[in-house]
Design a protein. Structure first.
Length: 630
């Protein structure tokens, strides 16, 4: 606005000056209207003045146009904050200089020695001596350095090196490094990315596959899966013979692969066996030993810590693969205590991990652990013979017992036959001897175990007691004797309850103190036989079921105790078996199921969070539901 007013004032000033200038010029020119010339023309026209007036008007219009254009471009700025008074503090020296004045004055700086101060101390000077050390030492030389008199080298006794501790550290460190390298490989190869692959199942959030597309696994069906009870990422898969024989020397051997699910690109160990493997498991404390039962009745053991140079190495597709032969086998044990029928189940017997009590069950204190590193393994054949074995690992020993062990550098392994049980006498039910199918030990009290049979009942036994009530767990109604109890599983949360999946599609929920089930679901699978059944590891009220039609069911008893809450049909490739993965020690709700398909593919499906995340007070709600079912 101020600029506009200034421009207008300038225009007015120009307008007032022009008439005065014109008048002065007119007075200077001769009078054309004089009598002498008046007779020559009647009127005078001043073209020069008109021309000057026109140019002045053009100039004024250009200035006005320029001012209007500049007004559109000129914009005032706004100051958000400003200080009305900025007066920094003045020290005494600056105040003196200001009062003294700056006329004919100049400041100069000189360096003095006033800051060089010395202080006397009464303490004595500390004498120092340099030494060096190196561990582990080179031969006997582990330390040295200069002494007060002359330079000398101190030779000390070489310390004792704990090779086993070093080996354990290197093994753990190598596993961590391998997982990190696998993550880098996953980032560069989206095929093995755990999160990038979209799942095709409605019950899961994400999925990935184990790399079974290997030369020695091509065309082999997966018959069995097993997950370690301690190291939840360790998975065992049993592969049968290939459908078409190839050029590889392993075509006549059965293969057991040891996987780390966080490293799906290749198996950690590859184990080979001459006989057909029917069941397998890890050692209960650490996943360092693998046990397997075969169809010819033998028990096979692999030690995963053995040096790879002790086993056969084969190069396939420019990659060196180590195929590990069994460390121990009962093939050569000619004894009546050995199995003579196919071994259908092998289970680790771990000590109780729950300190709650016995829920009305007798708990006998027994010497389950021998001196040294030891644990028990139970093997059961289809004729009802249960063998309990004690595996003893003795270090620093050079003795050799019987023919049950195999000596490797640093370790001695002994497999002792501890106990022999005939689960079914000949006169049971006054009929034929039942065939046993599977066995599970009660987690809260491993003295008790249950055995699934082919006559629809589940037998109850104990390792140290001759009689335990109830002797049999029966269905609610007396059904046909041809029903098979294909799958049994205890609750992993310390409760004395277990599930039974039968060949007629029925599912039963039993407690250890009652003969008949608390709940029985007869039509949950539409009559399809139950193949696999297992509790969730993170939620006490959730369990998974797989039937013969390749359908996966999810049960949530708190949401619906009459039918499954989710159902997933897998039609593309038939699912042969299933096992549940999870990390119950963590609260991230990571829960998955491993599906072994007929084509040999192993899928890992991570179920949705609604069935994986623990619910508040879920155990109490489940206990209340079971009490109402009594």
């Amino acid at each position: 606005e101020e600029i506009q007013r200034a421009i207008n004032a300038e225009n007015e000033r120009i307008g007032t000056l022009l008439p005065k200038q014109f008048q002065k010029e007119h007075e200077k020119k001769p009078n054309m209207d004089s009598p002498a010339r008046g007779s020559l023309c009647g009127m005078f026209m001043d073209f020069e003045t008109a021309n000057q007036r026109q140019s002045n008007r053009n100039m004024a219009s250009k200035q006005k146009k320029r001012s209007s254009e500049l007004l559109r471009l000129i914009d005032l700025d706004f100051s958000v904050s400003f200080s009305l008074l900025d007066l920094p503090p003045v020290n005494e020296y600056d105040m003196y200089i200001r009062n003294f004045g700056k006329t004919n004055t100049k400041q100069a700086y000189v360096q003095s020695n006033e800051d060089n101060l010395e202080r006397d101390v009464q303490t004595d000077e500390i004498e120092t001596l340099e030494k060096w050390t190196q561990h582990p030492g080179d031969s006997g030389l582990v330390s040295g350095g200069e002494s007060s008199n002359d330079v000398s080298i101190d030779i000390a006794v070489t310390p004792k090196i704990d090779s086993q501790r070093l080996t354990n550290f290197l093994r753990s460190a190598c596993q961590v490094i391998a997982v990190l390298l696998e993550e880098d490989r996953v980032a560069t190869q989206p095929r093995w990315n755990l999160r990038s692959r979209q799942t095709s199942l409605s019950i899961s959030d994400s999925c990935f596959q184990l790399n079974t597309n290997l030369p020695f696994l091509h065309g082999r069906k997966v018959s069995c899966l097993h997950v370690s009870q301690v190291q939840r990422q360790a998975l065992l898969s049993v592969h049968g013979l290939p459908e078409k024989p190839g050029a590889i020397q392993l075509d006549r051997k059965y293969i057991v692969c040891v996987w780390n699910v966080w490293q799906p690109s290749s198996p950690q160990k590859v184990l080979v066996c001459e006989a057909e493997v029917s069941c397998c498991c890890f050692s209960p404390s650490k996943a360092t030993l693998v046990f397997a039962g075969t169809m010819d009745g033998s028990l096979v053991v692999w030690d995963l810590r053995e040096d790879s140079r002790m086993h056969h190495c084969m190069k396939l597709n420019e990659i060196d693969w180590i195929f590990r032969a069994p460390t121990f086998s009962t093939d050569g044990v000619l004894s009546s205590l050995n199995h003579t029928y196919p071994v259908l189940a092998i289970e680790p017997v771990s000590t109780s991990v729950y300190k709650e009590q016995n829920y009305g069950l007798s708990h006998l204190s027994s010497q389950e652990e021998m001196s040294g590193l030891s644990f028990q393994i139970a093997s059961m054949d289809e004729n009802g013979t249960l063998n309990l074995w004690v595996i003893v690992v003795v270090t620093g020993c050079s003795i050799y017992l019987h023919c049950f062990g195999r000596t490797i550098p640093g370790y001695l392994y002994y497999l002792f036959h501890l106990h022999f049980l005939s689960l079914f006498p000949k006169d049971i039910l006054c009929l034929r001897t039942p065939q046993t199918l599977n066995i599970k030990f009660l987690p809260s009290n491993p003295n008790h175990f249950i055995v699934g049979t082919d006559i629809g009942v589940v037998s109850h036994g104990a390792r140290h007691d001759l009689r335990v009530p109830p002797k049999l767990f029966k269905p609610q109604q007396g059904g046909p004797r041809s029903i098979r109890a294909n799958a049994v599983d205890f609750s992993p949360f310390g409760k004395p309850i277990f599930l039974v999946g039968c060949s007629d599609g029925s599912i039963r929920l039993h407690q250890m103190t009652s003969e008949h089930p608390l709940i029985q679901w007869n039509d949950s699978t539409n009559g399809q036989p139950v193949i696999a059944l297992q509790w969730a590891l993170t939620r006490p009220a959730v369990f998974f079921v797989l039937d013969a039609s390749s359908t996966v069911y999810i049960w949530d008893l708190l949401e619906n105790d009459l039918c499954p809450v989710a159902k997933q049909i897998i039609q593309s490739d038939k699912v042969m078996t299933m096992v549940v993965l999870g990390e119950p020690e963590k609260t991230n709700g990571l829960l998955g199921i491993a599906l072994a398909k007929q084509s040999g593919i192993i899928d890992i499906q991570y179920v949705k969070k609604r069935w994986a995340l623990p619910q508040p007070e879920e155990s109490e709600k489940l206990q209340l539901l079971l009490q109402q079912s009594l």
